[in-house]
Structure formats: C-alpha cells, structure tokens
Design a protein around this ligand. Structure first.
Ligand code: S3P
Length: 172
C-alpha cells in the first residue's frame, strides 16, 4: 500500500499532523527525524555538529528508503527532505502521495522564534526566510498542497489533509 509523506518547512506541523493522520487512517506513523536519531543514537543537532549536514542528508536518505519499505505508513519528513530530487523520487515511487503543508511565513517565523534550539538549519530569522524562499519551489512539487493559515489545530489540519487526499488511490 502506498505511503503518505508530509513535506514542508520547519515548524509547519508535519509531525503532529502526521501522527493524527496516521491514527485516522489506521496507518503506521513514522517520524523520519526520530528514526534518524534512534538509528544514529544521538540527537540531530549532534549529527550536524559532529559529522556535518552532508552526513545528516545521507542518513536522511537512508531513513527515507527505509520508510518507503514500511507498508501503509504516514511519514513526517524533515524540512530538507523534499528538497532533494532523489528523495522526491522515492516519495513518488509506488504511488506514494506527498502533501505539502503550506503554512504562511509569518506563522512559521513566530513558531521557529520560540522553538529552534534543536533545529541546526535555523540560524537566524533572515537566513531562515531565505532558506524558506529557496525551498518553496521544491515543496510545491508535492502531489498535494494543503494551505493552512496556522490558526487551525493539528486535528483540523489533519482533517484538511484527509479532505485533500479524498478520492486519491492512496488515501485509505
Ligand atoms: C531540517 C529540518 C528538521 C530536521 C533537520 C534538518 C531542515 O526537521 O530534519 O534539523 O533541513 O529543514 P523539521 O522540519 O521537523 O524541523
């Protein structure tokens, strides 16, 4: 059964929405970052510190390949995962559905200002904005885009994703 992948920038709510979506659809939930941390035996910030971003991206690719093999899952990806063409190919393979959680920049910025200690790709608001602008075209290649205002609860956001996927061959 094809998987559902949630993509989007840091702070978009991919993990919290993904967990609820998996519950509603009776699918296995995979938090890709959590899986990377478990298999590396260290937090992502330490992977970046000790081995650098490239080593993290390698681990991210391997985690995605592993998640691809977990039948019937909802996968919350990290904010950089969908910005790589090979990764997007993995997400598209076998009828996979990728969903871009499109949250306005000002909402993301406010969330990240409060919660960025464990996010090595967040250095400062100005750089984060540039990164967001560079990444948007990659996120927009997802099969579905769900526009969120940022006011919705995670439950409401998960319902909107469900609505967007309704009728799609992978949505059950
Ligand atoms: C990253 C986002 C993080 C995590 C890693 C790199 C990125 O995930 O994968 O720190 O490149 O944007 P979240 O999007 O869940 O914060």
């Amino acid at each position: 059964m094809s998987n559902i992948y949630l993509v989007g920038f840091m702070g978009a709510g991919k993990s919290s929405v993904g967990r609820l979506l998996a519950r509603s659809l009776h699918r296995t939930f995979i938090d890709l970052d959590l899986h990377i941390e478990e298999s590396a035996g260290m937090p992502i910030s330490r992977i970046f510190e000790e081995a650098g971003e490239e080593a993290f991206r390698q681990r991210e690719r391997e985690a995605l390949e592993w998640a691809f093999g977990v039948d019937h899952s909802v996968v919350a990806t990290g904010g950089g995962a969908a910005c790589d063409a090979t990764n997007r190919g993995i997400m598209r393979a076998n009828g996979g559905c990728s969903v871009f959680l499109d949250v306005p920049w000002n909402v993301l910025a406010a969330r990240l200002a409060k919660d960025h200690e464990h996010r090595p790709m967040f250095t400062a608001a100005v750089e984060a904005r540039r990164l967001y602008e560079r990444r948007r075209p990659h996120y927009e290649q997802a099969g579905w885009t769900v526009a969120l205002t940022g006011v919705e609860s995670a439950e409401q956001a998960a319902s909107l994703v469900l609505e967007a996927l309704a009728g799609a061959p992978c949505a059950t």
